[in-house]
Write a protein that binds this ligand. Structure first.
Ligand code: KIV
Ligand code: ZN
Length: 521
């Protein structure tokens, strides 16, 4: 019988540590619910001591998400563990994940502790965490660069102290597959009580080997893999969940392992994470990249038409990627739209469907073919996670090679329309300046802007992602339209609305105040 491998998802913890990612509590909750639909075994919901926002997100997820184990990270000290437990206590299946570094370089320079002190602290932390919950994971940070004898001693002691999962991180992505597989084998041989726990690995992608290292570890007997959707995570990221899962599935006759993942939720999860984090998926990314199942050369197309398996080792439908590309036209009605969206996994409320339908008709007037990607862009734009205080009403641009770019922008707010105009270095800059004049938030600055075409052709939908900084925090905004200035203004307003939602109107417009969601109830 195939051996079970547990999927521990750390998108909301290590993934959220990706440069430029900053999710609010609602966005984390959306992702956690989708991870539960994907049927991961463990959701690492955050690092509660790190910030009040992290704490609030872990607590909400622990309260509401049922099915997977909910884990929270804590350094190996009482304060972190108390905070983790406080956030986790209402979870159906809580896990405290505590860690301390075991490599000489980390102990000497970062912790300034001796081996004996680290061993003692690890044991004390595990015992302390066990007072709260029977499910305690211990990670030996930088394990792959730790001296094996010492590492084994710490692991053995952590198990004696009550750890139920032992995690071996390749924290800096230094390992290579054959070596890491061997490392896991040696740990299994030397640690005499290792059979009492689940042995886990957590690989980073600094050399592009995170997935290969994780799979090598599975081959050597690791039972849990820590990974993140789209490979998000510190620096070059963590092992990509979708690659681990599909690697184990596609090569099941080789690995003889199985996961509990619902494969047909993979694509949707990847899309949601990319959309909420604002980190695009590279087109040639394995499994979920937009080119992953496209065949460009004539020979390949011919082969696939004759027999799909000539050039496809996975069926795209398995991961929830619809094969229908041309779907609806301008004569399609609400019912057809609702049906098609449901097939794509979007169940819209009536008011959301109504707004999506208006946008669909609008687009169908301007665009010949409405594809699944177009529809996804439309719904993502309509399912708003932050309430929209400001909405774009109209936009006039005057631009060209001989005129100063000028924008006149009208914004709806509480039933009324506010208008202003501004000049800028280009049409987007002018439009943003006009928005700034209307909204008037102090301390807000644009830090990043990116534009990409979601669909192909001259009438493609353009997606703009912006990042703004407000009092040291990053907010991501998205906007989609066939007109790139319109997408830009929508993205900018989306980010502004998130700032206002997070801090509250009083704080944003009169200064002072803390983020609303981050205050404890
Ligand atoms: O990379 C790492 O070592 C970690 C641990 C906290 C598990 O993220
Ligand atoms: Zn990590």
């Amino acid at each position: 019988m195939a051996r079970r491998v547990f999927i521990f998802d750390t998108t909301l913890r290590d993934g959220e540590q990706s440069p430029g990612v900053s999710l609010n509590v609602r966005e984390k909750m959306e992702i956690a619910l989708q991870l539960a639909a994907l049927n991961v075994d463990v959701i690492e919901a955050g690092f509660p001591i790190a910030s009040p926002g992290d704490f609030a997100a872990v607590r909400e997820i622990a309260r509401e998400v049922r099915g997977p184990v909910i884990a929270a990270l804590a350094r190996a000290n009482r304060e972190d563990i108390d905070r983790a437990w406080e956030a986790l206590r209402e979870a159906e299946r809580p896990r405290i994940h505590t860690f301390i570094a075991t490599s000489d370089i980390h102990m000497k320079y970062k912790l300034k502790k001796t081996r004996e002190e680290v061993l003692e602290q690890a044991v004390a932390a595990v015992k302390y965490a066990r007072q709260y919950t029977p499910d305690v994971e211990f990670s030996a940070e930088d394990a792959s660069r730790s001296e094996l004898d010492f590492l084994c001693k710490v692991i053995e002691a952590a198990i004696e102290a009550g750890a139920t999962v032992i995690n071996i991180p390749d924290t800096v992505g230094y390992a290579i597959p054959s070596e890491f597989g061997e490392f896991i084998t040696r740990i299994r041989e030397r640690v005499k009580n290792i059979d009492r726990v689940i042995l886990s690995v957590h690989c980073h992608n600094d050399l592009g080997l995170a997935v290969a290292n994780s799979l090598a570890a599975v081959q050597s007997g690791a039972q849990q893999v820590e990974c993140a959707v789209n490979g998000l995570g510190e620096r070059a990221g963590n092992a990509a969940l979708e690659e681990i899962v599909m690697g184990l599935y596609t090569r099941r006759s080789y690995y003889d392992c199985e996961t509990a993942i619902k494969y047909d939720e993979i694509y949707r999860t990847s899309k949601m994470v990319s959309s909420l984090t604002g980190i695009p998926v590279q087109p040639n990314k394995a499994i979920v990249g937009k080119n992953a199942f496209l065949h460009e050369s004539g020979i390949h197309q011919d082969g696939v038409l004759k027999e799909r398996q000539t050039y496809e080792i996975m069926n795209p439908q398995l991961i929830g990627l619809s094969q229908t590309n041309l779907v609806l036209g301008k004569h399609s009605g609400r019912h057809a739209l609702r049906e098609r969206l449901a097939e794509l996994g979007y169940i819209l409320k009536d008011d959301e469907l109504e707004r999506a339908f208006v946008r669909f008709k609008n687009l169908a007037d301007r665009k010949k073919e409405i594809t699944d990607l177009d529809l996804e862009a439309i719904v993502k734009n309509e399912i708003k996670i932050a309430p929209e205080l400001y909405q774009l009403s109209y936009l006039h641009i005057s631009s060209g090679t001989t005129v100063v770019p000028t924008a006149t922008v009208g914004l709806r707010r509480n039933g009324g329309t506010l208008e202003d105009a501004a000049c800028g270095d280009g049409p987007v800059d002018a439009a943003f300046k006009a928005v700034d004049k209307i909204v008037g938030i102090q301390d807000l600055s644009l830090t990043e802007y990116s534009l990409s075409a979601i669909t192909g052709g001259k009438d493609a939908l353009g997606e703009v992602v912006v990042r703004v900084d407000y009092r040291g925090r990053t907010f991501v905004g998205r906007g989609v339209s066939t007109d790139i200035i319109e997408s830009s203004v929508k993205a900018y307003l989306n980010a502004i609305n998130k700032v206002i939602h997070e801090y509250g109107e009083d704080a944003v417009f009169r200064g002072g105040g803390e983020p609303q969601e981050e205050q404890e109830k």
